[in-house]
Write a new protein. Structure first.
Lengths: 556, 172
């Protein structure tokens, strides 16, 4: 057993069957795992103190299995099973309950510990009626709660007076940790700016989240965007960035970045050919194995039963496991060898992913990444490439807490090296302070995500009010609404034009907010009982979008 | 719509990833209500009540919403009666459904009666494999959240994995 302090893991790997069964493993965010366990074990209608006591026990039970490496130390490739005979219930794909979800968001970073122990309590429990045990009785918690027992009193009733609740346990996450206190309306500083950039980047995939200005002040527009984010992901919509919201933001941002990165490499490899390279099996090496591993990692993003693999061009046990998992998922003979049938199934699955996610159209809207200059940049290098690097480092540092900005001098000095080393740390790259191709592309991808995130799509509030005198930076006629990304004035003019299609009104969308646009907005506001300011704030913007959707989709 | 004034301007066509042509904000069929405004509970008799359900449809482990998926809630008793249906909005969410469920008082002590209602939920979208979740639980006065991750349909379907989840009852 390790003697380090326990942390809350970002993910837990659950075996969907008894330990020795050939059932699949799924890797689940720890918070989602606990919500699922609580919803599978108990009833959401129970008194809150009973729910909390049960959830503390469930968290501790899981953390104990992870911390003591109960299964891993016995040679298994998972942390816990979903079989109640051995562990606690977990049902992949089940529904959860709002009340339970809210409590888990509140206490997922807490566990039970006995005085003098380091490890989380192996908190046994059973239903207390058909099964009894030396631990917590699930039905018993209801009676105790009804008698007025608080959660920690219920815990001590069952586990003893020397058991404590440990709160605010650090959460393991990719290079990012929670600032310590909730970030909320009126706050100022780099943490706020970080939240804003994360929100904007995520809103590229979730356009219902309005864009927010990244000015390091937590204003009402940021609060509004946080609430929308919280609603989409079933978090308590309080507009405050507490731990659960923070980790969901980080989890999505890094996930989207990872997927963009996979897609970028996939476009290169899959664009050429995915011709069957002849059978691949454990022990093989080379380009064919690299391609296979990249395919597996794309599949792992969409199939919860397929694990990701290290892309090293070596067909080792990890690759065999992933191939077997894919074969099991598809009902193919499970031999861990990539023959023609397995290859074809993988190929068709990936083509399906590309079709469903509209990869081709999405790719055209991504701003170009600056190409790697060809030679690694390191201490002492000078020139335009270093200047570009320094400017781009400054574009991405707000995403990461505690990465220093650098002076764009064109000279690669100690400050640049320090920033590069820290960014390599955050991007899970070797920390050598030298910008090789992987480091260059890693920084460029994050920057692309940030810049894409700052541009509103069609129908998405741009993060600032639109008013007379403004004009879009990009001009010209748009053929598709996709081309209206980053063109908020044109978008508003176009939507108003559709809304007013049955009226005899002059003017064409031109991306310039003039007196006629102001008048159009005023008329719209008057008809919708909004204050006729002629300014498109977030309320007016949303009202225009709703009216546009109604007209557009009714007419089609 | 009429386009009297701008004949010479090419018509922007909506192109959004993961969206079918008729998708827009969540279109309630039953009941009529916005996603974020739960309906006040119906008057409760001692044993019957209502609970709520909202379905969120994603792909790639929530990295993308699936827009315009058709979500259908039916009775799980084999009658197949459709109780509610909704298209997912641009965040992948349905409207909030209000459904019959036993009163929360039924689940406060051990009982032979099942203290929740069970529904069958199907999720359809042309680009994704159909997902079916059976025995989705709804308790009186409680919001059931059902996040669903869809898998894109393979270009040439071949031994498609069946996407059916059957939810067992709690061991209480």
């Amino acid at each position: 057993m390790p003697d380090t302090t326990p942390v809350i893991p970002e993910f837990i790997t659950v075996h969907l069957g008894a330990p020795n069964s050939s059932a699949p493993n799924v890797r689940v965010p720890f918070i989602d795992y606990i919500k699922n366990v609580a919803s599978s074990e108990i009833y959401p209608t129970w008194p809150e103190s009973a729910l909390r006591a049960n959830i503390y026990a469930q968290i501790s039970f899981a953390l104990n299995k992870i911390y003591t490496e109960f299964y891993r130390s016995r040679g298994y490739d998972f942390d816990i099973t979903n079989t109640t005979q051995f562990d606690q219930a977990y049902v992949q794909g089940r529904n959860i309950f709002g009340d339970i979800s809210d409590i888990v968001d509140d206490i997922f970073d807490s566990y039970l510990r006995r005085n003098g122990a380091i490890e989380p309590l192996a908190a046994q429990f059973c239903n207390g009626t058909t099964v009894t045990c030396n631990g917590l009785s699930q039905w018993g918690t209801v009676s105790l709660a009804n008698q007025g027992y608080l959660p920690f009193q219920i815990i001590r009733y069952y586990y003893g007076d020397d058991v404590n609740i440990i709160n605010n346990v650090p959460v393991e996450s990719v290079g990012e940790s929670y600032p310590g206190t909730p970030i909320r309306l009126g706050d100022v500083g780099p943490d706020v700016q970080q939240v804003q950039i994360l929100l904007n980047a995520i809103s590229t995939n979730y356009p219902a989240i309005p864009k927010v200005p990244t000015g390091a002040v937590f204003g009402e527009s940021t609060e509004n965007a946080v609430r929308t984010f919280q609603r989409i992901f079933n978090l308590t919509p309080d507009g405050i960035v507490g731990r659960a919201t923070w980790y969901k933001l980080i989890n999505l941002f890094t996930g989207i970045n990872r997927l963009n990165e996979l897609n970028a490499r996939g476009d290169v490899i899959f664009g050429l050919s995915l011709e069957y390279p002849d059978a691949l099996r454990e022990g093989d090496t080379g380009q064919g194995v690299y391609t296979l591993q990249l395919m597996l990692n794309v599949l792992a993003e969409y199939y919860d039963t397929v694990p990701s693999v290290v892309e090293d061009g070596v067909y080792g046990p990890g690759t065999t496991r992933a191939v077997s998992a894919f074969q099991r998922t598809y009902g193919l003979p499970v031999d861990g060898v990539v023959g023609p049938l397995t290859w074809e199934s993988m190929y068709n699955a990936i083509k399906g992913i590309y079709i469903a996610t509209g990869r081709s159209s999405e790719f055209t809207t991504a701003p170009a990444m600056a190409p790697f200059p060809g030679m690694p940049l390191t201490m002492g290098t000078r020139g335009n490439a270093v200047m570009t690097l320094q400017n781009h480092i400054n574009d991405v540092v707000p995403v990461f807490a505690n990465v220093p900005t650098v002076n764009p001098t064109g000279n690669y000095g100690p400050n640049t090296k320090a920033a590069v080393t820290e960014l390599q740390n955050r991007l899970n790259l070797p920390q050598n302070g030298t910008v090789d191709e992987n480091t260059w592309n890693g920084i460029e991808r994050v920057r692309t995500q940030v810049i894409r995130g700052s541009e509103a799509q069609f129908g998405q509030y741009p993060g600032f009010d639109l008013r007379e005198g403004m004009q879009d930076e990009i001009r010209g006629i748009a053929i598709t609404t996709e081309e209206l990304t980053g063109r908020p004035v044109y978008s508003i003019q176009y939507m108003l034009r559709i809304i007013n299609a049955d009226r005899d009104l002059p003017g064409i969308p031109d991306g310039i907010f003039g007196p006629q646009t102001t008048e159009r907005v005023r008329v719209f506001q008057t008809e919708k009982n909004l204050e006729p300011t002629g300014i498109v704030d977030v309320v007016t913007f949303d009202a225009i979008k709703i009216a546009y959707d109604e007209d557009f989709f009714t007419d089609n | 719509m009429s386009n009297n004034y701008y004949e010479n301007i090419p018509e922007p066509q909506p192109v959004r990833p993961l969206q079918t042509p008729n998708a827009t904000e969540a279109q309630p069929v039953t009941p009529q209500q916005a996603p974020d405004e739960p309906t006040p509970q119906a008057p409760q008799s001692p044993d019957t009540s209502t609970g709520q359900m909202v379905v969120s449809v994603f792909t790639a482990d929530q990295l993308y919403p699936v827009v315009g998926a058709t979500v259908t809630v039916t009775q799980d008793n084999g009658s197949g009666e459709v109780l509610a249906t909704s298209n997912t909005d641009r965040s992948g969410r349905t409207t909030v459904f209000t459904l019959p469920a036993p009163s929360s008082s039924v689940s406060q002590e051990p009982t032979v009666a099942i203290p929740f209602s069970e529904y069958r939920v199907t999720i359809d979208h042309p680009d994704f494999l159909e997902a079916v979740i059976e025995n989705v639980q709804v308790f009186g006065g409680v919001l059931t959240q059902l996040p669903v991750n869809l898998v894109p349909t393979p270009e040439i379907p071949n031994g498609n994995p069946v996407r059916i989840v059957i939810i067992p009852k709690q061991n209480l």
